[in-house]
Design a binder for this molecule. Structure first.
Ligand code: HAM
Length: 431
């Protein structure tokens, strides 16, 4: 074999393996999400990770960072241009339209899965990342905006994150109001050309609202004095926003109005919001979304009001880890380690393990496999997360007992009749 052929192949930059030591935190998070979605009456939808490129270009917007610079786009063998989905909203709308889910009915959908963006990888920013998202269709009023925000707030509460995240909200108004505002903003920026950085000069033509999002300190003063969209809202959008704020107030949800929050995707109108944290460094947005009443029509459907959000699972799991918020019992491992003391009892151990698993369906039992000396078997038991080892030798079999050895405390080991074993182990499976 040539040297180059023997070179080890590595994962693609920015695309991570989820290792066994990390997966319990993901499972903990995912289980909370799944439960919550059921409690709020949301139904799951799963769509393919590849779509026609035009779907994203037409929905996210031709002149957004995502579509201009970040999509994984390729021609398939038929010459069709396909793209690995950079987000879930467009796919959700496409699927809902295609299957008639928007026909004279409302929908509350949720999804979870990998998304792909060719961004510069850093902590909290990856090229394959995972989102949980919700999308609702057919609700015009601000009650659903409040409902999806409340859903996210409850998730933070259940995860112990409430004190670590801040809600920012803004209204982008109607498409018409935004177009009028855009003209005012461009005129203002043109008066301040000398302060604009290169990126902003480029955006002045393509997407001037995004300049408001700039973190460049040299532009901060100029941006603070820029005309604000909030002062140019159409009447209906203003009422919608006022009502949403009243609903959040009544629900005890704190928020900051950020008039410069404009979001990086083109489909939004009216409400936009982000949940941010300062505990993760620069990639601090853990959840973001808003209203997109025009998107269904833009993709060829009937006008349908819609609102949703997506959260970044990597960022949230990182936050849970940083703040040590995942309880020990959720961190995986097993409760008991069943240890046949030598080869002669392997078969009995195997059947005993199965009996226990039938009797105690939530027991996490690891059966020793692979032989070895008694000493090496005990080492494996110690290394497992189990608090108890069940030892099974020829003496125990003759007596129809097992020996319980407590691995994490000083308690004396104990002989227990096999018939009483399940009862004794019950305490270990209170989870
Ligand atoms: P987005 O702001 O592009 O919105 O992404 C939502 C969230 O996904 C971000 O706040 C962040 O937590 C996570 N995220 C985005 N890019 C990355 C990345 N490269 N690495 C790790 N995490 C990332 C959307 O995607 C919209 N579809 C949200 C939405 C749904 N709006 C209405 N419905």
């Amino acid at each position: 074999m040539s040297k180059s052929a023997a070179k080890k192949i590595q994962a693609i930059r920015g695309m991570n393996d989820l290792l066994p030591s990390e997966s319990p935190r993901w499972q903990f998070f995912e289980a909370k999400v799944r439960q919550l979605m059921q409690r709020y009456g949301f139904d799951e939808i799963r769509t393919p990770i590849v779509e026609q490129t035009a779907l994203f270009a037409r929905s996210i917007g031709e002149v957004t960072d995502i579509v201009e610079k970040e999509m994984y786009t390729f021609d398939d063998r038929n010459g069709d241009s396909l793209t690995l989905r950079p987000e879930g909203t467009a796919s959700c709308v496409r699927a809902a339209m295609e299957h008639g889910l928007l026909h004279n009915q409302t929908q509350r959908l949720w999804y979870q899965g990998p998304m792909f963006r060719h961004e510069r990888p850093q902590k909290g920013r990856y090229r394959q990342f995972h989102q949980v998202g919700v999308e609702t269709f057919g609700f015009e009023g601000p009650d659903i905006d409040a409902e999806v925000i409340l859903l996210s707030a409850r998730l933070w509460q259940e995860l112990g994150l409430s004190a670590h995240v801040t809600l920012e909200i803004n209204s982008l108004g109607s498409a018409e109001a935004r177009a009028a505002y855009r003209d005012k903003l461009v005129a203002y920026f043109e008066q301040h050309q000398d302060v604009l950085d290169e990126d902003s000069k480029r955006r002045l033509i393509s997407n001037p609202l995004r300049i408001l999002d700039s973190k460049n300190p040299a532009m901060a003063d100029m941006l603070n004095n820029a005309p604000q969209l909030m002062d140019h809202l159409d009447e209906e959008s203003r009422t919608h926003f006022e009502q949403l704020k009243a609903m959040l107030d009544a629900s005890g949800i704190g928020y900051v109005i950020n008039p410069r929050l404009v979001r990086g995707l083109d489909y939004y109108c009216r409400t936009v919001f982000e949940w941010t944290t300062t505990a993760l460094g620069s990639q601090g947005t853990v959840c973001a979304g808003g209203r997109y009443d025009g998107l269904v029509e833009q993709l060829g459907g009937k006008t349908t009001p819609a609102v949703g959000f997506a959260m970044g699972i990597e960022r949230l799991v990182l936050l849970l880890e940083t703040l040590d918020l995942v309880p020990d019992e959720a961190l995986g491992g097993c409760d008991v380690y069943l240890l046949p003391m030598d080869e002669s009892v392997t078969v009995t151990a195997l059947t005993l393990a199965e009996t226990l698993r039938s009797e105690l369906p939530t027991l996490r039992l690891q059966l020793h496999c692979g032989g070895g000396s008694f000493k090496s078997r005990m080492k494996k038991a110690d290394k497992s997360a189990a608090s108890v080892a069940i030892l099974l030798g020829e003496d125990e079999i003759a007596e129809q007992t097992v020996t319980l050895k407590f691995l994490r405390d000083e308690r004396e080991q104990q002989r227990v009749p096999q018939a009483e074993l399940a009862n004794q182990l019950k305490d270990l499976v209170s989870h």
